[in-house]
Write a protein that binds this ligand. Structure first.
Ligand SMILES: Cc1cc2nc3c(=O)[nH]c(=O)nc-3n(C[C@H](O)[C@H](O)[C@H](O)COP(=O)(O)OP(=O)(O)OC[C@H]3O[C@@H](n4cnc5c(N)ncnc54)[C@H](O)[C@@H]3O)c2cc1C
Length: 330
């Protein structure tokens, strides 16, 4: 069998497409000249949203959208998505399949890889084509102590990629593409039985515009409140370095770095973070980086646009006061 082109799984279990799917389409467009073939997107969607979703996927780079139209109640069923993606692979015969490494994507991709007996590289930080024309997947290995460059020997090559790793492309709604309605036979077993709904709000750091990130410069769990206030005043998300998660002061979904979230906000404010490579790997693509540190030789100084030598408590309080004044003037 000859494998050509790229297939991106567009994540949609709630009625809207996850932004990471668009990031993958942008990356796939860049890889396509070296791989050849067509860029497909596969989506499970509803009658109501199918046309809108296909237009979006084409605008973000898909040449052909494979639409699996199901009743709304089937949307949050991973088995339905698994079956759709298996069908899409058998139809498109892509050389590379990209799936967002979101909690949802992580639950779909391995089921598909197992069913079609191909390898999968989970949680990639990059994918490239080497001089020999082979697809190489890059991901941390051995608890993050090395970066592995992996070639899969089976076809298609399947990878899940972390949200935020690739930039969001500019959509072009004048792009031409094709939407192909695909059938999916569903049985009673595919009907969803909701057994409980998690009340926990998850933080989407990879989508934040402004991030205030705190590190071990914070002296106690109670002190975090000050930086929460600052984040709120700046309309920012609060994030952290790994030690704060390890100490149980912050939730894991707020960790930035190699083993946490990859972020690229317009503004990243690092407070009391030294700039270890594992942290830098997660925020270096931010548009503008401000770091505050009492140590003028902290490594983060090399990676930021503005380095402030000072105490984070002092600066957070002064900033809050200034923002308060700004609000009054407004
Ligand atoms: C496999 C592996 C994966 C990892 N993954 C991650 C990851 O995803 N994300 C991550 O962040 N780390 C990760 N780490 C940990 C990483 O190596 C560093 O230990 C960590 O990033 C350090 O966090 P920090 O900068 O907050 O703390 P520190 O390195 O201790 O730095 C604290 C900084 O605060 C400054 N400071 C102290 N008090 C003040 C004050 N009052 N005002 C201003 N500045 C002050 C100090 O000068 C210092 O520079 C990983 C490590 C390993 C081995």
């Amino acid at each position: 069998m000859s494998w050509r082109g790229i297939l991106v799984y567009a994540e949609n279990y709630s009625g809207s497409i996850h932004r990471a799917s668009f990031e993958l389409l942008g990356k796939a467009r860049g890889l396509l000249p070296k791989i050849g073939g067509v860029l497909h997107a596969a989506i499970v969607t509803s009658e109501e949203n199918a046309e809108k979703h296909s237009k979006e996927l084409i605008a973000f780079g898909a040449d052909e959208v494979l639409e699996y139209i199901v009743k709304e109640r089937f949307l949050p069923n991973p088995v339905v998505h698994r079956n759709a993606l298996i069908d899409a692979i058998s139809y498109a015969k892509p050389k590379l399949v990209l799936v967002p490494a979101t909690p949802w994507g992580r639950s779909i991709a391995p089921r598909v890889a197992a069913a079609i007996r191909t390898g999968i590289t989970a949680d990639c930080l990059d994918v490239y084509v080497d001089d020999a024309g082979d697809i190489v997947q890059v991901r941390p290995a051995f608890t993050g102590n090395i970066i592995a460059h992996i070639k899969t020997l089976t076809s298609p090559v399947m990878a899940t990629v972390r949200p935020g790793v690739f930039p969001l492309p500019q959509p072009d709604y004048s792009r031409k593409g094709e939407a192909i309605a695909k059938n999916l036979s569903l049985s009673e077993d595919d009907d969803v039985r909701v057994v409980g709904v998690s009340k926990r709000k998850t933080v989407k750091l990879s989508e934040a515009t402004i991030i205030v990130s705190i590190g071990k410069g914070v002296r106690s769990k109670e002190d975090i409140k000050l930086f929460e206030e600052l984040a709120k005043a700046l309309n920012a998300q609060l994030a952290c370095s790994r030690p704060l998660v390890d100490m149980g002061w912050m939730e894991r979904d707020r960790q930035v770095g190699f083993s946490g979230n990859i972020v690229r906000p317009r503004l990243y404010i690092a407070l009391g973070i030294s700039g270890a490579p594992q942290h830098i790997a997660g925020m270096k693509d931010s548009q503008y980086i401000i770091a505050v540190n009492t140590d003028p030789s902290a490594p983060i100084a090399k990676y930021c646009d503005l380095f402030v030598v000072g105490d984070i408590y002092d600066i957070a309080k002064k900033l809050l006061q200034a923002l308060e004044g700004f609000k009054e003037v407004k």
